[in-house]
Ligand binder design. Structure first.
Ligand SMILES: [Zn+2]
Ligand SMILES: [Zn+2]
Length: 371
């Protein structure tokens, strides 16, 4: 279920002042109040929506968080699909990211209550992706603090019960137009029910900390940019009492200076001389296995694509390889010596392709003028 933008819901601009928000909310709340629309389920839905939007936008801190992060996870959505009115209590999970843990998670792009999944990009060279390789990947992740076993309290001390929620982790209150009590996560203890009075020095009371983690990753031959793999439990541990999320590894292949991949074929552009293209030749071209031989057939045209079988990327099936495709470009000779020019002129006459040569200021004349 997608959530509409809070500003859109209230019909105000993102820069709306507190007063503008309040009057927009009051106007809509008056129109959509369930008492005035007893037979309109749409109005009830919209009423919930404007209340959710106003609750976030009317709180400067929550509004700031919302502006930065947008909607957080659906489970944190106060009016999610779980039938919030069913039990007579509305669940208003707090969107705020307070304190150190919030900063930590925010820096990792993780919202409270999320699973702690982490995405890491791994860069490999063209050859490493083609032939496969073993890589050591180092990345920062959030782990449970071992000093305090995740409690956040200095060893030998205990957290005290939160007085704001009497240890329940949630508080109830009556809100504005709501006819029923509303419940939300206790902002004092952030739902934990206890307050760390003597914080652990290792994690400053958060119960989790960042740690550099190194894993060995095997890249199979024939891997391409965008290939991904999920490693269970190698992501962030958002809360000490929850298992770590997964790590999604996304591969990025560095572009090669001369080779370009097209599936399992490797594309190369190679320049030959006019004479080589005309008379045919065997030339040396780079391949991913080192220098290779390419036969240029007689009369090869500019832009012709020649194939070197089996010099491409190994197929993912483990059987066989793609080809190397060589696009031939032909260079037109420049800076000819007088002797070369004469030979070429004779060649042109012989082949009947000499139209215009020798008339007016030609290349040959220019050369002659130099000596
Ligand atoms: Zn600790
Ligand atoms: Zn509390």
């Amino acid at each position: 279920m997608g959530q509409r933008d809070h500003y859109e819901v209230l019909g105000v601009s993102r820069g709306a002042s507190a007063d503008e928000l309040k009057s927009a909310y009051r106007k809509l709340a008056g129109q959509l109040h369930p008492d005035k629309n007893p037979d309109n389920p749409d109005a009830a839905e919209q009423f919930k929506e404007i209340n959710a939007a106003y609750r976030v936008l009317s709180d400067p801190e929550k509004r700031q968080t919302y502006d930065r992060f947008g909607h957080r996870d659906e489970s944190g959505s106060p009016f999610g699909s779980g039938g919030p009115f069913a039990g007579g209590v509305v669940d208003l999970s707090d969107l705020a990211f307070d304190g150190l843990l919030g900063d930590l998670l925010g820096a990792f792009g993780v919202g409270r209550g999320e699973k702690g999944d982490l995405k890491v990009e791994l860069e490999v060279t063209f050859e490493e992706a083609a032939f496969g390789c073993e890589k050591q990947l180092s990345y920062e992740r959030i782990v449970g603090c071992t000093d305090c076993s995740g409690s956040g309290s200095a060893p030998g001390t205990k957290a005290s019960t939160c007085t704001a929620c009497s240890g329940r982790g949630r508080v109830r209150f009556q809100q504005g137009l709501f006819p029923i009590p509303v419940e939300r996560v206790c902002s004092r203890c952030q739902g934990k029910g206890s307050i760390v009075t003597d914080p652990c020095t290792g994690c400053r009371g958060a119960g989790v900390r960042t740690q550099k983690h190194t894993i060995a990753v095997t890249i199979p031959p024939g891997t391409e940019t965008g290939a991904s793999r999920s490693l269970s439990g190698a992501g962030n541990r958002v809360r000490a009492d929850k298992p770590a999320g997964d790590l999604e590894l996304i591969l990025r292949v560095k572009p090669h200076t001369i080779f370009r991949r097209e599936g399992d074929d490797i594309h190369l552009s190679h320049n030959v001389s006019f004479a080589q293209a005309t008379l045919g030749a065997e030339v040396e071209v780079p391949t991913i296995d080192g220098p290779g031989k390419l036969r240029i057939p007689m009369g090869t045209q500019q832009g012709s694509v020649l194939r070197i079988k089996g010099k491409g990327v190994p197929h993912r099936t483990g059987l066989g390889r793609g080809d190397q495709r060589v696009e031939v470009t032909i260079s037109v000779p420049t800076n000819l010596t007088p002797k070369q020019a004469e030979l070429l002129e004779a060649f042109a006459k012989e082949t009947g392709s000499d139209e215009g040569i020798g008339k007016g200021k030609t290349f040959v004349d220019k050369l002659k003028g130099l000596f």
